[in-house]
Design a protein around this ligand. Structure first.
Ligand SMILES: NC(=O)c1ccc[n+]([C@@H]2O[C@H](COP(=O)([O-])OP(=O)(O)OC[C@H]3O[C@@H](n4cnc5c(N)ncnc54)[C@H](O)[C@@H]3O)[C@@H](O)[C@H]2O)c1
Length: 324
């Protein structure tokens, strides 16, 4: 498949490297409004563009990956879908629910695949924990709890009061759905607005359709250089614990000596773990697209994530729990 990458910054570079690892794909073009960035990633084997409309017309790629800033995902995705491409889009799909729904509907109308990059599902830690849950090793899921702290990424400056929800917690909201099923209601607290009014700390609590309950407690800290996230999923027969997603997963049974530990077989470190999950997701999308199989994390997962974000914002504004 002929693949193009639109947006050649930090993440676009990773998309391109993952495409180059795929036996099903060839990187044919890159695009960035900064020509030097497009060229740096294109190298000698792909063509560099500064206008994605020209790229779509001239290169006629089969697949496009989108790694432009959060508020610039919609137009390139719609144009690529309408040009007949399958699209792998960075999270969040869009900054409004209406636009996200339009993206997923357009993919369906055009008969093309649309994936959203909730790459954490492809990390060793969350993937292993999910496998243990699916295997029934903790019985029925009763609760889940995330802790998340991270540095403030430069690209969210000026992106509104709820940038942490859109840009970061959208990953963990997706993981909550993955572990516990559909969210029935959400309640949100926000605190510590910075000088531009962006809330730095968030607490979300969830009720799931299954009857399970959950929470996410998270925050951005100026100057923090490493993402720290921990998860506990509890069930009727035990619990899976991730104290640090980059290191290990523990499975606790009901008795004190019933503990199993799982570690990734690659050298762990922040870049390795993060790049591993990004590469694995791009590679999965390319392989499945090549085989005509829909993506594991579809545009509709991106829409559902944003419905929950919208519910959280409504809850924060009204002070009430919001049913979804
Ligand atoms: N999945 C993840 O874990 C993860 C992690 C970090 C960032 N992201 C997401 O990836 C996206 C990109 O983030 P980043 O850190 O690479 O940002 P970045 O600023 O490094 O890169 C964005 C690039 O897009 C280019 N661009 C802007 N407008 C464009 C246009 N109209 N056409 C072509 N190129 C254009 C910019 O010049 C820039 O080079 C964001 O949506 C971000 O939320 C995802």
């Amino acid at each position: 498949m002929r693949v193009a990458v639109i947006g050649c910054g930090y993440i676009g570079r990773r998309h391109a490297e993952a495409v180059r690892l795929s036996p099903y794909a060839e990187l044919v073009a890159t695009c960035d409004i900064d020509p030097a960035r497009a060229q740096a990633i294109a190298g000698t084997d792909a063509c560099a563009y500064t206008d994605y409309v020209a790229l779509l017309q001239k290169e006629k790629p089969d697949v496009v990956t989108i790694a432009t800033p959060d508020h610039l995902h919609v137009e390139p995705t719609l144009q690529a879908l309408r040009a007949g491409c399958h699209v792998f889009c960075e999270k969040p799909l869009a900054m409004t629910l209406e636009e996200a729904r339009l993206m997923a509907e357009t993919a369906a109308e055009c008969g093309r695949f649309l994936a959203v990059d909730y790459n954490r599902r492809f990390s060793f830690g969350y993937g292993k924990a999910h496998q243990l849950v699916l295997e029934g090793r903790i019985g029925d899921v009763t609760h889940a709890m995330f802790r998340v702290t991270d540095g403030i990424p430069p690209f969210v400056k000026g992106r509104g009061a709820y940038a942490f929800l859109f840009s970061m917690l959208t990953h963990h909201i997706d993981l909550m759905r993955w572990f516990c099923g559909e969210v029935a209601s959400v309640y949100a607290l926000q605190s510590r607005p910075d000088e531009e009014g962006k809330f730095l700390d968030t607490v979300l609590s969830f009720e799931f359709a299954s009857g399970a309950i959950g929470s996410i407690v998270g925050g951005w800290r100026e100057g923090q250089t490493r993402t720290i996230e921990a998860l506990e999923v509890g069930g009727t027969q035990g619990a899976v614990l991730i104290e640090d997603v980059q290191k290990r997963v523990r499975l606790h049974g009901l008795s004190p000596d019933s503990v199993e530990e799982f570690q990734p077989d690659y050298f762990w470190g922040i870049q390795t773990e993060f790049y591993h999950s990004l590469d694995a997701h791009v590679l999965s999308f390319l392989e499945r697209t090549h085989k005509g199989e829909p993506p594991l994390v579809s545009g509709w997962d991106g829409v559902r994530g944003l419905e929950i974000v919208a519910g959280a914002i409504e809850s924060h504004c009204s002070g009430c729990r919001v049913r979804l």
